[in-house]
Design a binder for this molecule. Sequence first.
Ligand code: AMP
Length: 216
Amino acid sequence: MRIVMFGPPGSGKGTQGVRVAKQLGVPHVSTGDILREARASATELGRRAAHHMDRGDLVPDDVMVGIVAERVDAPDCARGFVLDGFPRTIPQAEALQETLKRKGQLLQHVVSLTVPREEIVRRLAGRKTCGSCGRPWAANDPETKAGRCACGGSLTTREDDRPESVERRMDVYTAQTEPLCAWYRERGLLREVDGTGGVEAVAARISAALARDATS
Ligand code: AMP
């Protein structure tokens, strides 16, 4: 199954994307994680992406399209994938359709998590991320309060979760990424899911939406 997890920063698409991928037995492909890993290992890609990321801006389409085309071509994606954080622009979405078409594949679902802006800003302000495994923790998770991830790594605030970058990321989302909702809706792929409430409640809504659209 080939799925895109879609939504604003802090909508929970990372957390839910990991769960959906595990359930389906396919890789979770997060472009944010790929870029953060590239930065941590100081590769050429990491250096190119760094200043865009810290400002809350998007990394250029040509860079992102190349990364994703290569990643979904890897053998572990043969049975499908859950893409998280890509596409973020209409040219990226068009490139993804092209890449899949060349392989004789189709995208099945775009799960769009809807969360009000005030809730997003509140979530991101309290979010901490593990320096070792990259897992995000919410403000009210015990791990956040203890400053330590389940893997033992220490938790910090992501550079782009600082208030200046959060506002910028939300504006970038509204201007460049939100138009993708209509684009995917027109193609019959959009599954809108209420992203408010606890992780389990949202996960149940996603499973229901995928099951509903698999049978319709
Ligand atoms: P995320 O972890 O998905 O919030 O991504 C963190 C940052 O990585 C974003 O704010 C962008 O700077 C960059 N990024 C991740 N995915 C993309 C993408 N598909 N297109 C452009 N930039 C991206």
